[in-house]
Design a protein around this ligand. Structure first.
Ligand SMILES: Nc1nc2c(c(=O)[nH]1)N[C@H]1C(S)=C(S)[C@@H](COP(=O)(O)O)O[C@H]1N2
Ligand SMILES: [Mo]
Length: 336
């Protein structure tokens, strides 16, 4: 090797390598250039700059086939968003801000030996592992509309069970007015939790909350699967919340803690930008986000992303019949 081509390992940062000639790069990566150690993190970054066949396959975590019932009332005539889009176009800032980042990087989160602790204002606090949960609650498939606050939407066949069943098991006390949720905190596995460049500067762990009557509503689901199989990490494995009449950010992923509380719990997007994201976050076409209208949405169906169809947004995302009573007499503009 010519002297001028020598590279020290300390020079091999993603930025430096980005500007290297492609040929030199490939040589570095593949051919064991002596004296150069490239960390696997840098390697992963490098590979992500190549396209198609030069990219290593994304490690796929095995998804278990689930057994579930299909209650009539939760099936629907909706056109489903195809599975590859439900599992490939995601928001999970712990793994990056691009919609493709979660599918590409979330496999680093470890989901074996997962437990969920339920405590606070309850008579029977408990910690359940995933088998306990799977054994205690029969799974059902429910097709729900999902509306992200960014004005895109999907129709998704979740598999899960009503949160109300879990809450009944722990017996909330009369002081339990709210339910708080928390995502796993493991910065070594979830790089966005320690880097604001990856995680968008949100406070972590991601936290969410519901009023107790919202949490007890039969529509509110704890999902452990999607499209008939256990959740892939990018969708919030092994267990996540789905609240179909609220904006998608209420659907906190990869839950490890559920706490019943007397006072209103903090929520991540509200902490981050309180004038833009409220506690309630009910889907409402008449209440604009400060920076865009919520009147319509781009439905992500089977067409290419360039030709998604625009459709009107529905009050409570179309679930008004089941949930409007929860907000009787409330000013939905003030409590957005
Ligand atoms: N922990 C955690 N949960 C999260 C998010 C996140 O960044 N971190 N994003 C939310 C947002 S903005 C949306 S729209 C949904 C997306 O869920 P999906 O990727 O399964 O469609 O997850 C929500 N839950
Ligand atoms: Mo979202």
């Amino acid at each position: 090797m010519k002297k001028s081509e020598k590279i020290n390992s300390s020079d091999v940062t993603p930025e430096s390598v980005f500007f290297m000639k492609r040929r030199k790069l490939l040589k570095l990566l593949g051919l064991g250039v002596s004296g150069v150690a490239i960390s696997s993190a840098v390697k992963a970054d490098l590979f992500s700059w190549f396209s198609g066949d030069e990219k290593p396959a994304i490690p796929q975590i095995e998804r278990k086939t689930l057994i579930f019932i299909q209650p009539e009332e939760y099936q629907s005539q909706l056109t489903l968003t195809p599975e590859d889009k439900v599992t490939g176009y995601n928001n999970f800032y712990e793994f990056g801000l691009n919609k493709s980042d979660p599918a590409e990087y979330a496999h680093t989160m470890k989901t074996d030996e997962w437990t969920v602790t339920i405590d606070g204002e309850v008579n029977r606090p408990m910690t359940l592992n995933l088998d306990d949960i799977q054994n205690k609650f029969a799974l059902e498939e429910r097709i729900y509309r999902m509306r992200c606050v960014e004005a895109w939407s999907m129709a998704i066949p979740w598999v899960g069970f009503p949160l109300a069943k879990l809450l009944s098991l722990v017996e909330p006390t009369s002081k339990a007015k709210y339910v708080a949720f928390e995502t796993r905190y493991a910065p070594e596995e979830m790089p966005g939790q320690k880097s604001r460049f990856i995680g968008g500067g949100l406070p972590y762990p991601y936290v969410e909350g519901l009023r107790i009557d919202e949490a007890m509503n039969p529509l509110t689901l704890l999902a452990t699967g999607v499209y008939g199989k256990s959740l892939p990490n990018q969708n919030g494995a092994p267990i996540r919340l789905v609240v179909p009449w609220k904006y998608g950010f209420k659907g906190i992923k990869s839950i490890v803690k559920i706490r019943l509380m007397e006072s209103i719990p903090p929520t991540t997007w509200n902490l981050s930008a309180p004038s833009e994201y409220g506690f309630f976050a009910n889907v409402n076409p008449q209440v604009s986000h400060p920076r865009w209208s919520q009147a319509t949405e781009r439905f992500i169906g089977s067409g290419g992303f360039g030709q998604v169809s625009r459709q009107p947004t529905l009050l409570f995302n179309g679930y008004g019949e089941q949930v409007a009573d929860l907000y009787k007499g409330m000013d939905l503009r003030r409590f957005f």
